[in-house]
Ligand binder design. Structure first.
Ligand code: NAI
Length: 456
């Protein structure tokens, strides 16, 4: 039986990053992954959806979208098989990159289902591919899976291929004529965006009275209007009651309606994967469906950590990266804690939505003295040059008592690339007068933050 300083169960962003950092720090490390290195993020989530959305952007430009910019094209078409093939190529490149990084850091990898047998005096005993391993420390990084609730017909729809989760939709080689999206959150909106761009008639059914979850309400409204203009139908405040073989039935104002569909995307949230790998043998403390952790990624069991989606705190790959770093630092004796106040979140629609920190409502609820300024993106020369008819905004939420930023919320392209700068301002608690002295490149969309600062 081989003994490791650290075993990491799961090879997604939380798991492979933990492996890399631990290996780099000199720990004898093993990563166990049953599907593919890179996890959901690289194989069937963040990255593949971005390849789709980039194809959509190119297609939109070629399919009449270039006219406003003086570019006329004819005969543009989209070949979904090639879109999927390119996605697979990108995924393969990045997954092999993860493998190489682990190798470079001298991390062992076992590609098999791992099972926790229990905890002994030597450490955590695991089994994978018929072999047993001991880990002096164990990081559980088993991620999350799509929630498929017990709505009549929903599970059957997944079995028949009519209903799709994020996993299957990214392998769809034909563009459905009619796509119904259940859930107007991040996955739903990104996929609605893609399939709308490439010609599907998309209907989004959302239980809440708004899309995009906790996004600033004004921004989610702008996003909705943009997509309505592009032809997406939103059924808000509607509950799905059943799924047939070619329709989704939903309740709207007490009445049952049917939305015809060729395919249905189920994107109503994800839940931590905590079953099927012997977790029960450790008697770990849970927080509802997730493994309960503290700010160093520790569970109630000494030597056991849980990072990434499985701890249910913030299901984002970049949160997982940092949580794993914190856990590995803790294991190697370096003081480090996880802070969640400046974690950016992005919806890669067109226009993109990005935010970091608190919304105005959340800041007020926390008792801050708040001032909010909202600027049109039209104050950025580059934005005007590149976004005909654009209606983007940038909103700053300011703590007036301490004169610092609490939140930055944007809608408009490049927001995804700009938002980390706003995160830096929040994380380092820069004062407004200090930020005002920063020089931004001109012309750039990021200048909008500077413009907004001078409106405070
Ligand atoms: P989500 O939590 O973002 O959105 C789910 C939506 O479905 C909510 O708006 C909810 O109100 C609605 N809903 C729930 N039950 C419903 C029902 N029965 N009928 C109609 N609507 C219903 O979940 P989503 O989009 O599945 O994403 C899962 C996770 O993946 C999130 O934690 C997200 O952060 C992460 N993710 C992040 C991305 C990014 O950062 N760009 C991209 C994709 C996913």
């Amino acid at each position: 039986m081989e003994t490791y300083d650290l075993i990491v169960l799961g090879g997604g962003p939380a798991g492979y990053l933990a492996g890399e950092r631990a290996g780099h720090a000199g720990l004898k490390t093993l990563v166990i992954e049953e599907r593919a290195l890179g996890g959901v993020c690289l194989n069937e989530g963040c990255v593949p959806s971005k390849t789709f959305l980039n194809s959509a952007k190119i297609f939109e430009h070629a399919n009449g979208g270039g006219e406003a910019y003086g570019v006329t094209t004819t005969g543009a078409s989209i070949d979904q098989k090639k879109v999927v093939a390119r996605k697979n190529k990108v995924v393969k490149t990045l997954v092999s990159g993860v493998g190489m990084q682990l190798k470079k850091n001298k991390v062992d990898v076992v590609m098999a289902h791992g099972n926790i047998i229990g905890k002994t005096e030597e450490g955590f005993k695991l089994e994978a591919d018929g072999k047993e391993y001991i880990g002096k420390k164990l990081i559980i990084a088993t991620g999350s899976e799509a929630v498929v609730p017990p709505i009549p017909g929903l599970r059957e729809s997944v079995e028949s291929g009519f209903g799709l989760t994020n996993r299957e939709i990214l392998d769809l080689e034909e563009i459905p004529e009619k796509l119904v999206v259940i859930g107007g959150g991040v996955i739903g909106l990104e996929m609605a965006s893609y399939f709308n761009s490439v010609g599907s008639k998309v209907t989004v059914i959302e239980m809440l009275d708004h899309i995009a979850g906790n996004t600033d309400r004004e921004i989610s409204e702008i996003l909705k209007k943009n997509y309505e203009k592009k032809g997406v139908t939103f059924k808000l405040g509607c509950k799905v009651t059943s799924v047939g073989t070619d329709y989704v039935e939903y309740e709207e104002n007490g009445k049952l309606n049917k939305a015809p569909a060729d395919k249905v995307l189920i994107s109503i949230g994800r839940r931590p994967v905590t079953k099927g790998f012997g977790l029960e043998n450790l008697h770990v403390e849970m927080d509802r469906a997730a493994i309960k952790t503290d700010e160093q990624g520790r569970t109630n069991i000494s030597g056991l950590y849980a990072t990434g989606d499985v701890n249910g705190v913030l299901m984002l790959a970049h949160t997982a990266y940092r949580e794993s770093e914190v856990a590995v630092n803790n294991i190697t004796g370096k003081k480090d804690v996880m802070r969640y106040n400046a974690i950016p979140s992005v919806i890669y629609t067109n226009p993109e939505v990005a935010s970091v920190g608190l919304t105005e409502e959340a800041a007020k609820a926390k008792g801050y003295e708040v001032k909010t300024v909202t600027t049109s993106m039209m104050f950025s020369g580059r934005y005007v040059a590149e976004n005909e008819g654009g209606d983007g905004i940038c909103k700053l939420v300011v703590d007036t008592a301490h004169n610092r930023l609490l939140g930055v919320h944007m809608i408009g392209n490049y927001s995804s690339e700009i938002i980390y700068g706003a995160g830096l301002m929040i994380e380092t608690e820069l004062r407004i007068e200090d930020i005002k002295e920063l020089v931004f490149p001109h012309p750039s969309v990021c200048e909008i933050i500077r413009e907004a600062l001078f409106m405070i």
